[in-house]
Structures are given as structure tokens and as C-alpha cells.
Design a protein around this ligand. Structure first.
Ligand code: NI
Length: 155
């Protein structure tokens, strides 16, 4: 395993659209293992392959020290709304509020090519939306907004 270098948001590469994974092979597993190690080293909540210079529809999130790998993810359902402060390992700027759905249902494949469906809410939903955006070259700084007056952040 190896820690990979993070592509900064100032590099146009980060704006490229990632391509679906076709081969669930050792090369993919090596990428995932490296991404996991990189995520730990940088203390991040999530990391997409594009951020380590690989244009594949792959990301990892880390929720309470539990990592989930998503390959070829699709958000199939989204409901509600929430505003949370986001940051990004590729963006050396202050965290900022983004409006996201409160709950998302995502289908994806694991590293062995098994399809799964997950419904997540709150911070986990934020992470999934943030990382999904990366796969289409979208960054949280494109979506910065202020929460409506009187908005109370739930824990
Ligand atoms: Ni990010």
C-alpha cells in the first residue's frame, strides 16, 4: 500500500469526469487500498479516485472509523434538505456551508463487483453527495451557500 498524492482544486484535472469501472481486479483493489491509506494519513472523511489522479467512478467514505467503498455509485433517491459545513482534501480553503439532501439512497458495487444499496442520512448523506460530485468534476466550493435564517443544525 502507498499514500498517494492529492490533486489540488487548482489543477484542472480535478474537473474531469470519471469513467465507470469495468474490471473488479487487483488493480482496482490496489487503488482502493492506497486510497484508504491516503484517507487515514490525511485524516479525511472521504476521498474519490480523481483526487489521487485516477479517473474512475470510485470513492471511499470514513464514518466513525468505518470505511465504505463505493464503485460506480448512483444516487437513486434523495429527500429533505440540510446545511452542513464541508471541506475537501483537495481544497485548501475554509470550510463552507452546502445544501444537501437529508437522506439519500445510493446503489453501488463493492470491490468484488457485488451490487448493494444503502440509505443514509445526515453527515453520511453529505459525504456521499460530496464524493459523488467529485466523480463529475464538481466541488463543494461550486455550491457554497448560507443556511436560511433561523436554520438549526441537527446533530
Ligand atoms: Ni472532496
Amino acid at each position: 500500500m502507498a499514500i498517494r498524492e492529492i490533486v489540488p482544486h487548482t489543477d484542472n484535472f480535478i474537473r474531469k469526469k470519471s469513467k465507470p469501472v469495468n474490471d473488479f481486479d487487483e488493480k482496482l483493489w490496489e487503488l482502493l487500498d492506497d486510497m484508504s491509506e491516503t484517507l487515514d494519513a490525511k485524516n479525511g472523511a472521504g476521498l474519490s479516485a480523481v483526487q489521487v489522479g485516477v479517473l474512475k467512478r470510485v470513492f471511499i467514505i470514513n464514518i466513525n472509523n468505518m470505511k465504505i467503498e463505493f464503485i460506480n455509485p448512483t444516487i437513486v433517491k434523495a429527500s429533505g434538505e440540510q446545511y452542513k459545513k464541508e471541506g475537501c482534501l483537495s481544497v485548501a480553503l475554509p470550510f463552507g456551508y452546502v445544501k444537501r439532501p437529508k437522506t439519500v439512497t445510493v446503489t453501488a458495487f463493492d470491490r468484488y463487483g457485488n451490487k448493494f444499496t444503502l440509505t443514509c442520512e445526515d453527515w453520511t448523506a453529505v459525504c456521499i453527495c460530496h464524493e459523488s460530485d467529485h466523480l463529475d468534476g464538481i466541488l463543494y466550493i461550486d455550491k457554497l451557500c448560507e443556511p436560511p435564517k433561523g436554520y438549526k443544525e441537527e446533530e
